[in-house]
Ligand binder design. Structure first.
Ligand code: NAP
Length: 243
C-alpha cells in the first residue's frame, strides 16, 4: 500500500526522503511542467491524472493508502482535485504547505493583491522598473506593461519575441542575498512582484528589496480546502502516524 506524494516542491522531496528512510513505499507525482526537475528519492511518476476522476481511478488502481498533497501553494487545481478524489475513494489526505510570508515591517511599500490579475495595476503605482518573479503562468495579466521595460525571472523559457521590451532571465534558484542585492541594483529595480510562495529558498529577494527600499507587490495564496493541513514535513509524518 503506497503513499502518494503530489510533488514539485522542496517539502515533497524532503518528505519522500523521510518516508523512504522508514522503508515505506512512496511514489511522488510530478506534473511534468519543468524540463529538468529536481527529482526526489524513490519512485516518480510524471504527468496529469486526467482530472478528479482520473486521480480517483489512479488511487484505486495503484493501491494508494494515503495521499500527501505537497504541491506548491499556488497549484490550486491539483489540490482541489486531490480533495475531491480522496473523498470519492475514502483515502486519507494530508495537505502539506509551507508557511506564507507576512508583511515585513522593514519594507518601504508592501501591497497585497488577491490574485495575479491585480498585480500589474498595483505594480504601476509603486514603481517604473519592475522585477517580476511571479512565474511564467499569469504573465498575460501584465499585457498593459508589454511595451515598457521589465525584468522577469522564470524557470522555463518564454515564447521567443512574446515580450520584446523585457529582459528575461531563465534560471532556477535558490538565490542568496548578495545575488539578489546585485540583481536589483544592476537593473535599478524599484518594485518587485512575487507570489506568496513562502519558504526560505526564495526569501532573499524580500530581504534585498527591504534593504534597497524596493516596493513589493505580493499576490495572496488561493484558498485551501483540505481538512487536514500541516506546514512541515515533521507534522506531515505525524499526521500519517509515522513520527
Ligand atoms: P495546477 O494548476 O494546480 O494543476 C494543473 C494540472 O496539472 C492538474 O489539474 C493536474 O492535471 C496537473 N498536475 C499538477 N500538479 C501535478 C502533480 N504533482 N502530479 C500530477 N499532475 C499534476 O498546477 P500548476 O500550478 O500548474 O503546478 C504544476 C506543478 O508545479 C505542481 O506539482 C506544483 O507543485 C509545481 N509548482 C508550481 C508552482 C506554481 O507557482 N504554480 C511553483 C513551483 C512548483 P490533471 O488534472 O490531468 O491531473
Amino acid at each position: 500500500m503506497t503513499i502518494l506524494i503530489l510533488g514539485g516542491t522542496r517539502e515533497a522531496r524532503d518528505l519522500a526522503a523521510q518516508l523512504t528512510e522508514r522503508g515505506l513505499p512512496v511514489v511522488t507525482s510530478l506534473a511534468g511542467r519543468v524540463s529538468n526537475p529536481a527529482l526526489p528519492v524513490g519512485e516518480v511518476r510524471v504527468g496529469g491524472f486526467g482530472g478528479v476522476d482520473g486521480l480517483a481511478a489512479h488511487l484505486a488502481e495503484a493501491g494508494v493508502r494515503a495521499v500527501v498533497d505537497a504541491t506548491h501553494p499556488f497549484a490550486a487545481t491539483i489540490s482541489q482535485n486531490a480533495v475531491a478524489a480522496c473523498e470519492q475513494d475514502g483515502v486519507p489526505l494530508v495537505r502539506l504547505v509551507r508557511p506564507g510570508w507576512e508583511t515585513r515591517p522593514d519594507a518601504r511599500d508592501w501591497v497585497w493583491v488577491d490574485d495575479i490579475s491585480q498585480a500589474c495595476a498595483a505594480m504601476e503605482l509603486l514603481g517604473e522598473r519592475p522585477f517580476l518573479t511571479s512565474g511564467r503562468q499569469g504573465l498575460d495579466h501584465f499585457a498593459a506593461w508589454r511595451d515598457r521595460w521589465a525584468l522577469v525571472r522564470v524557470v522555463e523559457p518564454l515564447e521567443p519575441g512574446a515580450w520584446p521590451a523585457w529582459t528575461v532571465l531563465t534560471t532556477r534558484g535558490p538565490f542568496d542575498l548578495d545575488h539578489e542585492m546585485a540583481l536589483l541594483r544592476d537593473h535599478d529595480i524599484d518594485v518587485l512582484v512575487t507570489k506568496n510562495s513562502g519558504g526560505a529558498l526564495t526569501e532573499p529577494k524580500l530581504d534585498a528589496a527591504a534593504r534597497l527600499g524596493v516596493g513589493v507587490v505580493m499576490v495572496r495564496r488561493p484558498a485551501e480546502s483540505a481538512e487536514v493541513q500541516v506546514d512541515s514535513v515533521a507534522e506531515a509524518l505525524r499526521a500519517l502516524e509515522l513520527a
